[in-house]
Design a protein around this ligand. Structure first.
Ligand SMILES: [Zn+2]
Length: 227
């Protein structure tokens, strides 16, 4: 896809926006390096105050520079940069409008996308399901970039920090970019795990109960170094 630019006076990025952009570009490059997307698929956004920094449409992530800071306000009006924001912006804005998310990661990860074509919900084969708030739902299909897809995603995200998008990919959010990214990686890993376990002939994977998932979620929230 050709790179699109148009000239219009925008404000200059604040120092914290410049820093957030650097982290966003690094995360976007990681989605390619980690095999979660191919080419310019997928997109990443970070909220700084009432500005949402977002990957531009159709520009390879290794070509993004510190000067390419692209940002919109919470209604989608562009306030930073001249590159056209990702076409999947409505989905990102919908998440920021309805949750306390500070970062959103959207990918076309292969195992997760495969699972999105098979079930309505990822069967809870692993306790990391608790880290996403419970069994991960699949949002019904709608064309990319549409308000309809954004609505479907919001419904699938209720009480969750991640969902699958049928015949499309993944979306996770977090209070930091690292957290949102890690949730995508965990989701893709769990999808791969379920595909492996459920493809063993004459066997059915055992699933965790609701209370086991809840307990794991509580333990995960308290996990880490004390203090
Ligand atoms: Zn997509």
């Amino acid at each position: 896809m050709a790179e699109q630019r148009y000239e219009q006076r925008r404000r200059d990025p604040l120092p914290e926006e410049t820093d957030a952009w650097e982290a966003l570009v690094a995360a976007a490059r990681r989605t390619v390096a980690d095999g979660l997307v191919v080419g310019t698929s997928g997109n990443v956004s970070v909220r700084v105050g009432d500005t949402v920094l977002v990957t531009p449409s159709g520009v390879p992530y290794d070509r993004l520079t510190p000067d390419d800071v692209t940002g919109v306000d919470l209604t989608g009006r562009q306030v930073l940069g001249t590159l056209v924001p990702t076409s999947e912006l409505p989905m990102h804005l919908a998440v920021y409008a309805t949750t306390d998310a500070r970062a959103v990661v959207h990918t076309h990860a292969v195992h997760a996308t495969a699972v999105s074509t098979l079930v309505l919900e990822l069967p809870p084969v692993h306790y990391m399901t608790g880290a996403l708030g419970g069994p991960v739902r699949v949002a019904p299909y709608a064309p990319y970039g549409t308000p309809e897809l954004a609505e479907n995603v919001l419904r699938a995200l209720e009480g969750r920090t991640g969902c699958l998008l049928r015949n499309h990919g993944t979306l996770t959010h977090g209070t930091t970019l690292d957290q949102a990214y890690d949730r995508t990686a965990q989701l893709e890993w769990m999808c791969s795990l379920w595909l492996k376990a459920s493809s063993v002939p004459h066997h059915t994977p055992s699933l965790l109960t609701e209370s086991q998932i809840t307990e794991a979620g509580t333990r995960l929230r308290n996990y880490g170094q004390p203090g």
